[in-house]
Write a protein that binds this ligand. Sequence first.
Ligand code: NAD
Ligand code: IPM
Ligand code: MN
Length: 354
Amino acid sequence: MKICVLPGDGIGPEIMAEAVRVLGALDLKFELEHALLGGGAVDATGSPYPEATQKLAREADAVLLGAVGGPKWDTLPREQRPERGLLGIRKDLNLFANLRPAILYPELANASTLKPEVVAGLDILIVRELTGDIYFGQPRGIEMRDVNGTAQRVGWNTMIYAEYEIRRILKVAFEAAQKRGKKLCSVDKMNVLETTQLWRDIAEEMAKDFPDVELSHMLVDNAAMQLVRNPKQFDVMVTGNMFGDILSDEASMLTGSIGMLPSASLDANNKGLYEPSHGSAPDIAGKGVANPLATILSAAMMLRYTFNEEVAATRIETAVKKVLAQGYRTGDIYEPGTKRVGTKEMGDAVLAAL
Ligand code: NAD
Ligand code: IPM
Ligand code: MN
């Protein structure tokens, strides 16, 4: 099992150290190769996704990533920004299917900002398309133009999907729904945007091939509202790259904290990149207080999806449940009466539970 480990920036190295320790405690043989991605890579090589990292990532069976980015690099030209490295590796490895499961562990019902009865028992899967949409569409840019007779700056992007891109992500979502609660909600903005009208049309066509799945559609603004009004109405949600980015951050708060939300980004052969859904959290970086559980749970997803090691994946998830039941909490999920711990102590607790 060859894993390319990319700790990244900010809290990335802190949370990754705990995930690597957890992997090391399993009775499995891994070959771990560390490499640079993001701001650290820009500082060292001038590129956010250097060639050495490209080579390792392509050769590995899976990639485990912390997070990238930070204020230090926000003013660089766009092609040198850490985020470009992340988008680059996703595109390079053709990781079009991003799975973001939002599960509420019962012990965290009070950590959510929503009423416990609204979120108790929550288990939804957001399937986000990851290599298309307005994130990658051409043309794009900022330039001077003549607007009604005055020269001024204009910024523009292109929201675009080809049929094959829509079909392959919907197939992933339909199949995921078949294995779960058999309900699929496709989220679009077809009342305004042609690209998402095409998305809805194709979803309707494909529904005939999945008669056991109940397909519904929802406009994205309503979906954002329904997620906090009554999130348990959802089983699997599928949507494009940008809507999925936004809705998955929203869904993370239903689980108590974004520090709890893992993710898998898969290609057509289940080669994958696994990373927490959150960012590099510059506000708490270097303090040893970040929640490592999203990264540890991402490692569990890696064992399940890329390596078919279901037993080991479940062992990690069971250990996480146990430490939450024992009352261990990082600051983001802390509530009075529980034990406040830092990143490393949380890792220690997971290792002990394993
Ligand atoms: P963020 O997710 O980094 O942080 C948002 C808030 O959540 C912050 O208050 C942060 O402290 C908190 N938070 C995030 N992860 C946490 C954890 N594990 N434990 C405890 N608290 C946590 O989002 P942002 O502040 O908008 O972005 C910061 C940087 O991260 C930007 O440069 C952005 O581009 C980048 N980013 C990277 C990724 C990624 O690498 N996948 C994802 C999102 C944002
Ligand atoms: C995420 C992040 C990235 C995205 C950024 C950092 C490019 O927000 O993984 O959710 O928008 O996809
Ligand atoms: Mn995001």
